[in-house]
Design a protein around this ligand. Structure first.
Ligand SMILES: C[S@@+](CC[C@H](N)C(=O)[O-])C[C@H]1O[C@@H](n2cnc3c(N)ncnc32)[C@H](O)[C@@H]1O
Length: 312
């Protein structure tokens, strides 16, 4: 199979992870068009409390949120996916003049953006396909708008600390000294609730986890036999996170562009982390870049939406 530059860089990142003693894959590779669709299905599962809880918090506090964002807003959303949650903001905050969804899954967000352009004639929608963990160019917006970065879904919990720091630098650059940051943050809670959210009865999360292998096969010509792996998601108390793994059910070998990668029965590929925080832990983590100005919670204190401003 001919490997173009983009697929070569995917192959390099994949091989890099699979050469480690704890094999791992970058979670951004979950998201081809199919992965984005399966993720959307996850958000509607009864076990998956984060999406509906976050949406309720946004919905109930939208007026107060609008007051914090300002009169004329350019809304930047890294990892926008279906932009479903953003609808609450786009529909109810006339202050929003620009919407800039940024996502690695270009095919998916370009379609979403076309729909949004038709629906919101007063908002300039400018989709950007980019990997937000690397430098990328942003479209120009008028000087008189305030840049607000919206990062819902507790996606920050998927990052390791080094990536959190890199990402907060990116956000601080987009926001500038006068901007703001509206973020969804999932909170620590009882373990059974957490584990159920990542082990749904219908197996949708399992399909999502395995899609990473389908995606890698399709893009790089690897020959993962997806049926030889099973989904596992458990709480890691020490690290304060849910970990998703794919466990090999048999000893076998996978070929990736001429390189053989061996799997022993029971060996895992670590595919994703979802860190959960206390309010204090989160505040401390962001404090070199941002000051927490406002926190909105649901009645169970399961999830938070927080408004932050750059420090200094
Ligand atoms: C967990 S979904 C969240 C979607 C939406 N923001 C929400 O809260 O429902 C993560 C989204 O981020 C995108 N994504 C993941 N890694 C990315 C990266 N490194 N750069 C750009 N987008 C990324 C995926 O394509 C996906 O649409």
């Amino acid at each position: 199979m001919q490997t173009d530059t983009k697929n070569q860089s995917m192959l390099d990142e994949v091989l890099d992870g699979l050469r480690q003693s704890q094999k791992s894959l970058p979670s951004k590779f979950f998201y081809d068009e199919k992965g984005s669709k399966i993720f959307n299905e996850i958000t509607q599962l009864k076990e998956y409390y984060p999406t509906r809880t976050e949406r309720r918090i946004l919905d109930r506090n939208i007026t107060d949120i609008g007051r914090h964002l300002g009169d004329k807003v350019a809304l930047f959303e890294p990892g926008s996916g279906s932009s479903e949650k953003t609808m609450v903001l786009l529909t109810r905050l006339p202050e929003i003049k620009y919407y800039i969804p940024i996502d690695i899954s270009g095919d998916y967000i370009f379609k979403v953006a076309e729909k949004l352009k038709r629906q919101f004639e007063g908002i300039e929608v400018v989709p950007v396909q980019a990997d937000y963990t690397r430098p990328f160019e942003l479209p120009e917006v008028n000087d008189d708008v305030r840049n607000i970065v919206f990062f819902p879904g507790s996606t920050i919990g998927n990052f390791n600390l080094q990536t959190v720091h890199r990402f907060l630098n990116v956000v601080a650059n987009i926001a500038g000294s006068n901007g703001g940051f509206l973020i969804g943050v999932d909170l620590k809670k009882e373990i059974p609730l957490l584990e159920a959210a990542y082990n749904d009865a219908k197996g949708v999360t399992a399909a999502f986890n395995k899609n990473i292998l389908h995606h890698i096969n399709r893009k790089t010509g690897a020959n993962f036999d997806v049926d030889k792996f099973r989904h596992k998601a458990t709480w890691n108390e020490k690290k304060g996170r849910i970990e998703m793994h794919l466990i090999a059910d048999k000893d076998h070998t996978v070929q990736l562009n001429g390189e053989a990668v061996h799997f022993s029965m029971g060996e895992s590929i670590h595919t994703e982390n979802s860190h959960k925080y206390t309010l204090d832990e989160f505040e401390e983590m962001v404090s070199p870049w941002f000051e927490v100005k406002q926190v909105w919670l649901d009645e169970n204190r399961w999830f938070s939406v927080q408004y932050l401003e750059p420090v200094g």
